[in-house]
Design a protein around this ligand. Structure first.
Ligand SMILES: [Zn+2]
Length: 361
């Protein structure tokens, strides 16, 4: 895998370029609420279940035998899938239709994937059943198609959150959580009260709402002070809306600041930030945070897409099939969040200060 890195850097650049093209086609977000009002007469969303907490699973203590029995590999690859808009009629190549999104979630559920948030992933809080594989569902730019509340204060079922809840109801092992990286108009909302209500619902139900910078500028083109301002302004907004301090951040266009460290921590006008993980825009699965090759300033993601054009081998259809065909390369949980279980051959790949006990079999 790692020997592909130079090739994939090129691919990342390609994905970024695709993203730039797509974003130039975006209608202005300033109008707010642009997704509202389309498709009336929908059935109201079902009441959402309470957030699945980490204590929801009965405690399990992994052993060499139990780890071997499920083929546990907690240094294996994890797909962090990147979504943009969900549109019935796609405009840009990175758009997905609601039915494509639902089909991908069902495919993940059937293949034994269980979602964790980006924050849980980067902090190693991957508490999923033995034999299951983590997946991180991430949404950039806070589009109205990601999340909206109906008149009763429930998630609209034609949004990404509505679809995630629906798939989780059908596949009870599929934990309904995701990460939303938003800018100054979260979910296309311009009204402060409605922004607060949206963030509150998501945070209360175990979803992550975090920093994608205030104005979505290319951080590489900014001074260190400009980078810190973009991030700190968004932290202030998120705090006003009731979100906890961001644990993760996604780089607009996947473009790192010239000094990557300024993207991870900094301070502007009295507001400071420090992220446990900063995410790129492409183009391969990520190693987990206990791996020596894990770079917290540049975490890989996979664009959700089919296999056409640039996506012939860099997007989700390609990678999910690849992981199915290479089960030994994939992260498989031991079911015990206190231990890291790995095949003996991977012992040298683990960071020395992993705060967990290692089971090598
Ligand atoms: Zn973006």
């Amino acid at each position: 895998m790692r020997k592909l890195s130079r090739v994939t850097l090129v691919a990342n650049a390609a994905v970024v370029a695709v993203g730039l093209v797509a974003l130039t086609l975006l209608p202005s977000a300033e109008g707010g609420d642009s997704g509202r009002g389309s498709g009336d007469g929908r059935v109201p969303a079902k009441a959402a279940p309470a957030a699945p907490s980490h204590s929801a699973l009965p405690p399990v203590t992994a052993t060499v035998e139990s780890a071997r029995a499920v083929g546990a590999n907690e240094l294996g690859l994890v797909p962090v899938i990147m979504y943009h808009r969900l549109l019935k009629k796609r405009i840009a190549s990175i758009d997905r239709t609601p039915s494509q999104f639902r089909a991908e979630l069902e495919k993940l559920a059937k293949a034994g994937y269980v979602p964790v948030t980006a924050a849980e992933f980067v902090t190693g809080k991957i508490d999923i059943p033995a034999g299951a594989h983590p997946v991180v569902l991430t949404f950039d730019d806070g589009h109205p198609s990601h999340f909206a509340l109906d008149a009763n204060g429930l998630p609209r079922n034609d949004t990404a959150v509505g679809i995630i809840l629906d798939v989780a109801a059908k596949y009870p092992s599929f934990r309904p959580v995701a990460t939303f990286w938003v800018n100054q108009s979260p979910f296309g909302l311009s009204d402060r009260k409605r922004q607060e209500a949206a963030v509150k619902w998501l945070v209360d139900h175990g979803f992550e709402v975090a920093n994608h910078t205030y104005s979505h500028l290319d951080l590489r083109r900014l001074s260190p002070k400009g980078v810190a301002e973009q991030i700190a302004r968004q932290e202030r907004l998120l705090k006003k809306l009731g979100a906890p301090p961001s644990v993760t951040m996604a780089l607009p266009y996947g473009s790192s600041p010239r000094n990557a460290k300024t993207g991870r921590e900094g301070k502007w006008d009295g507001t400071s930030y420090r992220f446990e993980g900063v995410f790129l825009a492409g183009a391969e699965p990520s190693v987990p945070p206990y791996a020596k090759s894990f770079d917290r300033s540049a975490i890989w993601r996979i664009q959700s897409n089919g296999k056409q054009g640039e996506c012939r081998r860099w997007c989700s259809a390609y990678w999910l099939a690849w992981l199915d065909k290479h089960p030994k390369e994939r992260y498989t949980s031991d079911g015990d969040p206190e231990h890291i279980s790995i095949p003996k051959r991977l012992r040298g790949n683990i960071i020395s200060k992993a705060a967990k006990k290692v089971i090598a079999y």
